[in-house]
Design a protein around this ligand. Structure first.
Ligand SMILES: Cc1cc2nc3c(=O)[nH]c(=O)nc-3n(C[C@H](O)[C@H](O)[C@H](O)COP(=O)(O)O)c2cc1C
Length: 303
């Protein structure tokens, strides 16, 4: 079957992408997963500098989900380019850099520096990371702020530019639309939902921070709604993310308008999941008489 899709300015061999933060810099998964089989790898969020992230405890499992407060630990853009990119570029997959910033200009430094490397196929601006402006809240909560960062990055690179959005805003559609206007080729929906875990015995948080990000199957219905809402109202490619753990999940996201999907938390439990999920999606499509993924994208017929 022809598994190719076009999304956000990229031609992918298939619509299965490894989500940022759940697959390291790609190469860590190579002992378990044939990276040549995935459409793309989005690497762990990169700042211009190395970061330690938050102190432990940083993860807490919930029914059907995972709360994490890793705090964007990472090796920084230069070490990534020096030590990880040369190993990752040997695989026949697209490499997408998840760019982060505590200040707006840090996003631009990451894009400016890494866009010079041929192996980098494109960027995903993580507009969902805490910023010093607005007391640690993230740019993707506001359309204007998102616009400014995407516009700045657009001025620095011709490579595909995606904006990764937070669902923790009432302005999701406006933010997606602002990103499109600023020149984003796609929006990635969604990052984690803010939640808490507390221990009544100690009367304290179970994590080292007050709030943490919820991911995994628990968020799938919420993410599906976010993808549908944006895909049906904004003229922009959507990359669906949130709780995907099976081939059927993939087809559901494509049906409501995603042009590709990212798989996240499932990689932590089952590092070879991407291959299984792709095989399941292909065989389900074939069983239903489809010839390719494009035939199902956006074909949702409503209630
Ligand atoms: C441990 C962990 C680390 C993550 N790190 C990042 C990151 O660095 N950048 C980013 O944009 N998203 C990050 N995410 C969010 C995921 O990429 C994804 O958007 C989210 O987990 C929802 O997908 P899932 O339900 O399939 O896990 C992280 C998620 C987890 C669980």
């Amino acid at each position: 079957m022809d598994t190719r899709v076009k999304v956000g300015g990229l031609d992918l061999k298939n619509p299965i992408i490894l989500a940022s933060g759940t697959a390291g810099y790609g190469v860590e998964l190579a002992p378990f997963l044939d990276l040549n089989r995935v459409g793309a790898v989005v690497v762990k969020g990169l700042y211009p500098y190395e970061r330690e992230g938050n102190p432990p405890p940083r993860v807490w499992e919930t029914p059907c989900g995972l709360l994490n407060t890793i705090g964007l630990q990472g090796v920084g853009m230069e070490k990534f380019a020096r030590e990880y990119l040369p190993r990752l570029e040997k695989y026949d997959t697209r490499i997408i850099v998840n760019a982060c910033g505590e200040e707006d200009e840090e996003y631009l430094r990451v894009v400016d520096y890494l866009q010079g490397f041929d192996a980098v196929a494109g960027f995903e601006l993580n507009l969902s990371c805490p910023n010093v402006r607005e007391g640690g809240r993230c740019p993707a909560m506001w359309p204007q702020w998102s616009y400014e960062i995407v516009k700045g990055a657009r001025g620095l690179t011709h490579k595909p530019l995606w904006a990764k959005l937070t669902p923790n805003t009432s302005a999701l559609v406006e933010v997606a639309s602002a990103c499109r206007e600023a020149g984003a080729d796609a929006v990635s929906l969604v990052n984690t939902y803010l939640g808490m875990a507390v221990d009544f015995r100690t009367r304290r948080s179970r994590l080292s921070t007050l709030f943490a990000g919820l991911s995994g199957p628990a968020i799938k219905p919420l993410a599906l709604r976010a993808v549908y809402t944006v895909a049906s109202s904004v003229d922009v490619d959507v990359v669906g993310i949130g709780g995907i753990a099976s081939g059927e999940d993939v087809l559901e996201f494509l049906l409501v308008g995603a042009r590709a999907v990212q798989i996240g938390s499932i990689n932590l439990r089952e590092p070879s999941a991407a291959e299984r999920i792709l095989e399941e999606a292909v065989s389900l499509l074939q069983q239903e008489g489809y010839n390719n993924f494009n035939e199902i994208i956006g074909r949702f017929e409503g209630v």
